[in-house]
Design a binder for this molecule. Structure first.
Ligand SMILES: [Zn+2]
Length: 535
């Protein structure tokens, strides 16, 4: 089976870029790419020809850090994002609606709010959730998934009571009288999310679970994403991915970062390593600190905004060094969430001990690296650490970063400095924290403009070409797949997207508005709203 794609503006992202108009696909891989003459000559007489009338073809976009299964899971609950849910009454109305379609026994679930974007400028409280859902447990997840709010029934079912001290690695929000106000930060929030997700998955049939993963994959495919690292894979989600994969229902390639406490299970399950060319699990995920938008990232100094404090560090330097050493010895790539400078320093200390002078052949990573300031960047570069970060945070959450880091906001997410220092910087979304759209991320890497119009760190803007590199070649490198994906070259898998304009040519303001006309994985269209490849 051959497919000849003609009359396209093909941006190959190959190291030796040649102007290309044509792409020949054979058996799911790229057989030839280049000018029309030689590519047509390479095609057999039966090749199916599709003319794209000058549309742009890019390598399939890669999201190096997101939460594919969480996107699928939360899509079933109430959408409580701003600006569409501008205030707490709007959130209450959406939770009330969600209650009507939530099966008995399950918690009513909403997600996506950012407290400083709400008209009230604060987290909703348990009593406000009680008004919406008085008679059964309800949870409202903060968009960071580092905080949430519970109603009274949920607090009771979770076993949280007034007067209880803060749990290790987390905190409870409290009202003026010291009673729990329903807000949970970090540790208890993660445990709760995992418990609820697991319980809801267990309630589903295998077909429903595979359908959840397929739906999530279709969401990404519609945005031009052909491969992603799911940065939070556990027993039940990896099993569900495997079920979907076995039924040919995964429309994208998944590289699972398996949560550190599930590694023993992974080794017993037989799911470690390459499951198929759509599913791989060979990396371990650890969280070193909290989130930037929840102001729980572990920093030196104190936040000038609520909940104040210096953030939350999940592990000591020695604990982290022990974990990294153990997983590295078992051959895993280690990917550590670290946002605040204090957390990044601790992670680099651990990596330095484990790596010594031996380089970083397993490509251990720092996830996010928000406050990786120049001295830390230089250390990371010396160790050869890869970074997976999120330019799209800047337009959605950047005003909150500016408030939380009034002295250093220009140095946050320093993509240009990191690339200059020689770090592989992979682009990603952290969806569902923000939109999974890589074109939004590419625009934000170029513009760095917040919702209020402030440019955060003008010196850290990168060119559209470099931004595109982050979501293709660099992301493929960060997941050990650069021999197969990330550029359009003969022999590589035929993963590509068709766009109505080139992000390298349009006004940067317009990059996020470019339309995805088709997404193709392994030579098979997985998204094509106007039927580009039909007929
Ligand atoms: Zn994440």
């Amino acid at each position: 089976m051959e497919l000849l794609v003609e009359d396209a503006n093909v941006i190959t992202m190959a190291a030796e870029a040649v102007p290309a108009r044509c792409l020949l696909i054979r058996d799911g891989r790229i057989a030839a790419v280049g000018p029309a003459g030689p590519v047509r000559a390479a095609a057999g007489p039966d090749a199916r020809v599709v003319r794209l009338d000058g549309a742009t073809v890019l390598p399939g976009l890669i999201d190096a850090h997101c939460h594919v299964s969480d996107v699928g899971y939360l899509a079933a609950g109430a959408d409580c994002r701003q600006p569409s849910a501008p205030d707490i009454p709007a959130i209450q109305a959406r939770l009330r609606q969600a209650a009507g379609r939530t099966p008995p026994g399950a918690w009513v679930t909403g997600s996506g709010y950012v407290e400083y974007q709400l008209r009230e400028g604060r987290h909703p409280t348990r009593s406000e959730l009680d008004v919406a859902v008085p008679d059964r447990p309800a949870v409202l997840y903060h968009t960071s998934l580092h905080a949430c709010v519970l109603n009274s029934a949920a607090l009771a079912e979770a076993g949280f009571a007034d007067g209880q001290p803060d749990p290790p690695g987390g905190a409870f929000g409290r009202d003026a009288a010291g009673r729990l106000d329903g807000v949970l930060f970090e540790g208890p929030m993660f445990a709760l999310f995992e418990r609820n997700f697991r319980a809801d998955l267990a309630r589903m049939s295998a077909a429903q679970r595979a359908g959840l993963m397929q739906g999530a994959g279709q969401h990404f495919a519609a945005l031009g994403v052909t491969a992603a690292c799911d940065a939070d894979v556990r027993r039940d989600t990896l099993t569900a991915f495997a079920e979907a994969d076995e039924h040919g229902a995964l429309p994208m390639r998944i590289y699972g970062l398996v949560v550190h406490d599930q590694v023993d299970w992974l080794l017993e399950s037989g799911l470690r390593g390459r499951h198929s060319d759509r599913l791989t699990a060979d990396a371990v995920k650890i969280w070193a600190d909290g989130g930037m938008s929840s102001r729980t990232a572990a920093i030196h100094g104190r936040y000038p905004v609520p909940p104040f404090g210096s953030g939350i560090l999940s592990f000591s330097r020695d604990e982290l060094t022990g974990m990294v050493g153990d997983f590295a010895a078992r051959g895993f790539q280690v990917c550590i969430h670290a946002q605040g400078d204090r957390a990044i320093e601790t992670v680099l200390d651990a990596y330095a001990v484990v790596l010594g002078d031996g380089g970083n052949p397993r490509r251990h990573r720092i996830e996010h690296a928000g406050a990786m300031y120049p001295a830390l960047t230089a250390r990371a570069a010396r160790l050869g650490i890869a970074v997976a970060s999120q330019p799209g945070f800047l337009s959605t959450l950047g005003d909150g970063f500016a408030a939380a880091f009034p002295e250093s906001s220009d140095q946050l997410y320093a993509f240009a400095s990191w690339r200059r220092a020689g770090l592989p910087v992979a682009g990603s979304s952290d969806a569902p924290v923000i939109t999974a759209s890589p074109l939004t991320g590419i625009r934000d890497a170029v513009l760095r403009r917040t919702a209020a119009g402030q440019v955060l760190g003008p010196g850290e803007r990168v060119t559209a070409q470099d931004a595109l590199d982050m979501y293709t070649r660099a992301a493929a490198f960060a997941m050990h797949r650069e021999d197969e994906i990330g550029s359009l070259e003969p022999g590589k898998l035929a993963d590509f997207v068709v766009l109505d304009a080139s992000p390298l040519d349009v006004d940067p303001e317009r990059i996020a508005d470019i339309q995805v006309l088709a997404t193709v994985v392994g030579g098979t269209p997985v998204y094509q709203p106007s039927g580009v490849f039909h007929g």
